[in-house]
Design a protein around this ligand. Sequence first.
Ligand SMILES: Nc1nc2c(c(=O)[nH]1)N[C@H]1C(S)=C(S)[C@@H](COP(=O)(O)O)O[C@H]1N2
Ligand SMILES: [Mo]
Length: 318
Amino acid sequence: MLIKRPADIAPSEITQPELYFGRRRFLRDSAGAVLVATMPGLAWAPPTLAAAKLAATKNPDYVVDDDPTPKKYVTTYNNFYEFGTGKDDPVENAKDFNPKPWSVVVSGECEKPGRYHFEDIIKPSELEERIYRFRCVEAWSMVVPWIGVPLATVLKRFNPTAKAKYVAFETLYDPKRMPGQRRPVLNWPYVEGLRIDEAMHPLTLLTVGLYGEELPNQNGAPIRLIVPWKYGFKSIKSIVRIKFTEKQPPTTWNDSAPQEYGFYSNVNPQVDHPRWSQRKERKVGGGFFSPKVPTLKFNGYAEQVAALYTGMDLVKFY
Ligand SMILES: Nc1nc2c(c(=O)[nH]1)N[C@H]1C(S)=C(S)[C@@H](COP(=O)(O)O)O[C@H]1N2
Ligand SMILES: [Mo]
């Protein structure tokens, strides 16, 4: 995601992860090498704590042709403005964030509102692994083995009423724990929304893990959305509120730049962002000189989701 200020950042100025991290990694690795060389008997351990393993059944219905993006890119090249606006800020600034215990407040048009503990929402036996394409509006993409539960499975337990036409989501607001919120970069808390049929679509995944592990903090621990046919910003992280609404809820990026980010935000190579094209994308981890590849309508999920938008002008409803 890009903020509007400073105005008119050309897409060519969006640093690619291979360059962004190349220098840092080189410096760190050479520092490690010196340490190992000068302290015989001491192995050099990576600075991060080991992630907790998370068991999940692989769902063979959700795979893609491409190999998954190497995990190091998915967990170090992030957009999570609550922990800073740079791609390498979240991994650094979210290091000490403790996502447990966690609860989610459910409200609005449903029969079972209330505060639900993480453990009430996420049943280990229901977890599945799905490999999805994921594409940011900044025209980079990844392939990620996520672990989660279909959002529909969870939402149905709250018995939404007939008036529930939309679902609104909210990220934690806690500037003490999320240092990026100490500056008014966005209107905190970060909010997102889906139409109820989008939220109930089998592809929409309430996500708690990746690559066989619990979600790292920088990827939205402990619970986030993954909506693979929409631009990455719809996939809201660290969710603390879910509200069923009759009216279309506000969304953070639409608020901050309505001309640039709409409510729907379906991946669509035919609708350019006002400041850059959406026709192609760069695969993160493919190497800096790898050519861009064409972007697919609905990010490759047209067969599954196109029917949700029958009769809608997707240029108007961008
Ligand atoms: N709360 C919150 N959720 C967020 C964001 C954010 O800044 N804050 N960034 C979004 C954007 S723009 C993208 S591309 C994805 C990035 O997810 P990843 O870091 O796991 O790749 O998270 C989305 N969810
Ligand atoms: Mo994004």
